[in-house]
Design a protein around this ligand. Structure first.
Ligand SMILES: Cc1cc2nc3c(=O)[nH]c(=O)nc-3n(C[C@H](O)[C@H](O)[C@H](O)COP(=O)(O)OP(=O)(O)OC[C@H]3O[C@@H](n4cnc5c(N)ncnc54)[C@H](O)[C@@H]3O)c2cc1C
Ligand code: SF4
Ligand code: SF4
Ligand code: SF4
Length: 368
């Protein structure tokens, strides 16, 4: 039986671990207690003696292809970028939600809809706890959900007290610990494609606490960026701004730095390679292909969210919230078309898969 020791050899030592936290979350949620997230955000042994060699951490790691076919079957995945039942462009009807949101506030509006209808007791999100500090958060009220709207980056756990190094990645899966401990029965998970992928693998095996996640909201993801004082200075120079002018950061086709004076600084994602996490260069999933609903700013006008509906459950939720919690842009009345948005998402998805393939190829060559 392969265990965390093999994950260290096959995934971590090659730099492929993207800190989704799934392995540590499972081992903690079921109370084996052998693993924890280390100061650098990577999982590690907390107490190796407690490992019962169940092998689950190994099987659910998205970098291990053991459960690929079952996971694809579970969500009726199909090439080239997962199942798509519908693509819509939408925004929250509540102006307060729109004001706080990254794009159109659809994620927050749908969470509120689920919460107000009593369909979930909690949502795993990421929440602001300081000027540029965020934390994964188990939202237990509609106020918590509204508080968590927006694009968040986290301080790296090891140095969070100094809040100097930021990461656009939020280790939200670790909040599943609370889902298990607080006996939450029905939750929505909001996260990056890699996190959704891990959760689906847990679902394939039917392990805790995946059964509590009733609906999966995936966020488009071009990569995770980490920036300390040096990178922040570099970004200021590239974008011609200072951090004290910034009130919002967003990623679409470019990094968008919104300044308090309404100006937007645009920095191409290629220019950000110097701060991209190594493991993200091997990631193939841009549009959260394993989610029930995927969300991004790509393809949508400013202030709106592109929504990819991937499951009947996602379809039902979108339909029920339409006209009350969200409004859907009538694409026929705009220069946009659903086909053009689909092509844009496909272009970015294919680009990501191709880059990952090239990097894997280089890695194999180096190994040889
Ligand atoms: C790390 C990251 C990278 C992204 N990259 C792209 C991209 O390349 N292209 C693109 O089109 N869109 C990208 N997005 C998605 C985009 O930024 C919006 O989240 C999405 O369009 C939904 O907008 P909204 O206004 O409907 O969401 P909102 O209503 O603002 O809700 C956003 C939700 O996401 C949660 N959240 C915020 N930050 C994080 C985080 N770091 N990890 C997990 N959850 C978080 C919030 O708590 C909130 O619940 C990215 C998002 C993240 C978090
Ligand atoms: S107990 Fe199971 S999940 Fe925990 S480290 Fe060991 S093999 Fe992995
Ligand atoms: S499950 Fe996630 S955190 Fe654990 S080794 Fe795999 S990629 Fe890293
Ligand atoms: S690029 Fe992939 S591995 Fe990196 S944060 Fe996004 S989904 Fe996760």
């Amino acid at each position: 039986m392969k265990t965390f020791t093999h994950l260290m050899q096959e995934v971590q030592e090659k730099g492929l671990c993207h800190h989704c936290g799934g392995c540590a979350a499972f081992c903690t949620a079921i109370n084996y207690g052998a693993l924890e997230l280390g100061g650098d955000g990577k999982p590690r042994y907390r107490d190796q003696e407690k490992c019962i060699e169940c092998g689950i951490c190994y099987s659910i790691c998205p970098e291990i292809n053991e459960l690929d076919a079952e996971t694809q079957n579970l969500v009726s995945w199909s090439a080239p970028m997962g199942r798509i039942l519908r693509i819509a462009v939408a925004r929250a009807t509540d102006p307060e939600v729109r004001d706080r949101a990254t794009d159109g506030g659809v994620v927050t509006a749908l969470l509120l809809h689920l919460f107000d209808r009593g369909r979930i007791d909690a949502a795993v999100v990421s929440r602001k706890v300081g000027p540029f500090q965020r934390r994964p958060w188990l939202a237990l009220s509609r106020e918590d959900i509204i508080d968590a709207a927006g694009f968040h980056f986290d301080t790296l756990p090891s140095i969070s007290h100094f809040s100097e190094v930021y990461s656009t990645y939020s280790p939200s899966i670790m909040e599943l610990r609370d889902v298990a401990q607080k006996t939450v029965k029905r939750a929505t998970f909001v996260g990056t494609p890699c996190q959704i992928n891990t959760l689906r693998r847990m679902e394939v095996l039917g392990v805790v606490p995946s059964e509590a996640i009733k609906i999966h909201f995936g966020l488009f993801c071009a990569g995770n960026f980490q920036f300390g004082p040096e990178e922040r200075g570099q970004l200021e120079k590239i974008g011609n701004f200072t951090w004290d002018q910034v009130y919002k950061v967003n990623v679409k086709e470019e990094l968008l730095i919104h300044l308090r004076n309404q100006e937007i600084r645009r920095i191409s994602l290629e220019q950000l390679d110097f701060m991209k996490r190594f493991a993200c260069q091997f990631c193939e999933d841009y549009a959260a292909e394993f989610a029930d609903l995927s969300f991004g700013g790509l393809g949508a006008p400013e202030g709106w969210t592109t929504v990819v509906v991937r499951s009947p459950q996602g379809q039902e939720l979108l339909s029920k919230a339409m006209g009350t919690y969200i409004e859907v842009l009538k694409l026929k009345e705009t220069p946009l078309s659903s086909q053009a948005i689909r092509e844009k998402v496909l272009e970015w998805s294919e680009k990501k898969k191709q880059t990952a393939a090239e990097h894997f190829h280089l890695l194999e060559k180096e190994a040889v």
